[in-house]
Design a protein around this ligand. Structure first.
Ligand SMILES: Cc1ncc(C[n+]2csc(CCOP(=O)(O)OP(=O)(O)O)c2C)c(N)n1
Ligand SMILES: [Mg+2]
Length: 343
C-alpha cells in the first residue's frame, strides 16, 4: 500500500499565528510585499484598460495575489511555472515585462514569449490541460538528473477534469518533481464548490494518487510560501509530487464578461473583501514595524510606473497583420480565404 503523508485537515496559517519562518527576514518579507503590489497593480489597471475597450475579456485575479506571490517565491529560477488564465501575470515575478502580458490579453502576437526565456509556460485557457504538460516536464527533469521542479496552477473546477486526473496520477506514479497548486476560490464561473465535488476537501484527492495533500489559507502569503517551500524540498529530494489546496474565496467576477450578482452571495463577497490578502499583509508588516506610509507609497508608485510604461509600450506597438492567423494553418488556403482575406 502506498505510504502517504496525512493531509492537513486544518488550513496552514502563519500571519494570524504570528509565527516566524526560517530564512525569512526583513528583506524577504518586503520582497513578497513588492511582488503582491506588482500583481495587484497589474490586475487593477487591467480592469480599467478593459473598460476602456483596449483589451478583450480579462480574468481578474484580485485577492489571488498571495497565492501567486507566495508560491513563486518558494521556487528557484530554474523551476518551471505552468499558469492558467487566472495566473496570467505570474511571469511578472520572473521579470517578464507587463507589456507582454497586456499584449497577450489583446490577442497580439507580441504577447507570446518563448517559455524557455522565463521558465514560464504559455497561459493555459482550457481547464486543466496543462497539468499533464507540467507532469511531463517535471518527469523529464528527473530523467535528466536536473534538480528543477515544476508547478502547475489550476482552480477547484479543474479537479473535475480528466486532464487533472491524468497529470496527477502520472506524476505520482513517476514520482515526478511536481507541485499541483490548486487555487480553491470556491467557484468555477457560476458552479459552486458544493456541486463540484462530494469530497470533504480537495486535498483529500491527493490520498487517492498516493501523494501528500496540504491545505493552506490562500490569503496568507507566508503560509502559502511555507507549504510551497516544503513541497519544493520534497520534489528536490526525489519524493515526488505534492497537492496544495489553497483556500480562498473569489472576491471578483470570474472575468470581465461575468455578472456574479446572478448567483453569488454578495454579503460573503463583501466580508472577503474586508480581509483581502494584500491589506492583510500590509497590516502585518505595519505591526512588525517594517511598513510605513512612505514605503507603501514608494512601492505602489514603482508598480504604477511599471504599468504605465507597459501600457505605453503596448499602445506604441503596430497592429498585427491579420493574415498571421492563417499563416501556419494552411499550405494551400481555400479559395474563399484567398479571395476574401488573403492578398
Ligand atoms: C476544457 C474546458 N472546459 C470548459 C471551459 C470553460 N471554462 C472557463 S473558466 C471555467 C471555470 C473554471 O473554474 P476553476 O477551475 O475553479 O478556475 P477559476 O476560474 O475559478 O480560477 C470553465 C468551465 C474551458 N475553458 N476549458
Ligand atoms: Mg475556481
Amino acid at each position: 500500500m502506498a505510504q502517504v503523508a496525512q493531509g492537513d485537515p486544518e488550513l496552514r496559517r502563519v500571519i494570524d499565528e504570528d509565527r516566524e519562518l526560517d530564512g525569512v527576514g526583513e528583506q524577504e518579507l518586503l520582497d513578497l510585499y513588492r511582488s503582491m503590489v506588482l500583481l495587484r497593480t497589474y490586475d487593477e489597471r487591467s480592469l480599467v484598460y478593459h473598460r476602456q475597450g483596449r483589451i478583450g475579456t480579462y480574468a481578474i485575479f484580485w485577492n489571488h495575489e498571495a497565492m501567486q506571490a507566495g508560491s513563486v517565491y518558494a521556487l528557484a529560477d530554474e523551476d518551471w511555472i505552468f499558469p492558467s488564465y487566472r495566473e496570467s501575470a505570474i511571469g511578472l515575478l520572473r521579470g517578464m515585462p507587463p507589456s507582454t502580458v497586456l499584449h497577450w490579453w489583446r490577442g497580439h502576437p507580441a504577447g507570446w514569449w518563448s517559455p524557455a526565456d522565463y521558465n514560464v509556460a504559455s497561459i493555459c485557457v482550457p481547464i486543466g490541460t496543462h497539468v499533464p504538460h507540467a507532469a511531463g516536464l517535471a518527469w523529464g527533469k528527473k530523467l535528466k538528473g536536473e534538480p528543477a521542479c515544476a508547478i502547475a496552477y489550476f482552480g477547484d473546477g479543474a479537479t473535475s477534469e480528466g486532464a487533472f486526473h491524468e497529470g496527477a496520477n502520472f506524476a505520482a506514479v513517476m514520482q515526478a518533481p511536481l507541485i499541483l497548486f490548486c487555487n480553491n476560490n470556491q467557484w468555477a464561473i457560476s458552479t459552486p464548490l458544493s456541486v463540484q465535488t462530494h469530497a470533504e476537501t480537495l486535498a483529500d484527492k491527493a490520498v487517492g494518487y498516493g501523494m501528500p495533500g496540504v491545505r493552506v489559507d490562500g490569503g496568507d502569503v507566508l503560509a502559502v510560501f511555507e507549504v510551497t517551500r516544503e513541497a519544493v524540498d520534497r520534489a528536490r529530494a526525489g519524493e515526488g509530487p505534492t497537492f496544495i489546496e489553497s483556500v480562498t474565496y473569489r472576491a471578483a467576477p470570474h472575468a470581465t464578461a461575468d455578472d456574479p450578482r446572478a448567483y453569488v452571495d454578495l454579503a460573503r463577497v463583501e466580508a472577503e473583501k474586508k480581509n483581502e490578502c494584500l491589506g492583510r499583509y500590509e497590516r502585518y508588516l505595519r505591526k512588525l514595524g517594517l511598513l510605513g506610509d512612505d514605503l507603501e507609497a514608494e512601492v505602489k508608485a514603482e508598480a504604477a510606473a511599471a504599468m504605465r510604461a507597459g501600457i505605453a509600450a503596448v499602445e506604441a506597438e503596430p497592429e498585427p497583420d491579420p493574415e498571421l492567423v492563417f499563416e501556419h494553418a494552411y499550405v494551400f488556403p481555400p479559395p474563399n480565404l484567398r479571395e476574401g482575406w488573403l492578398t
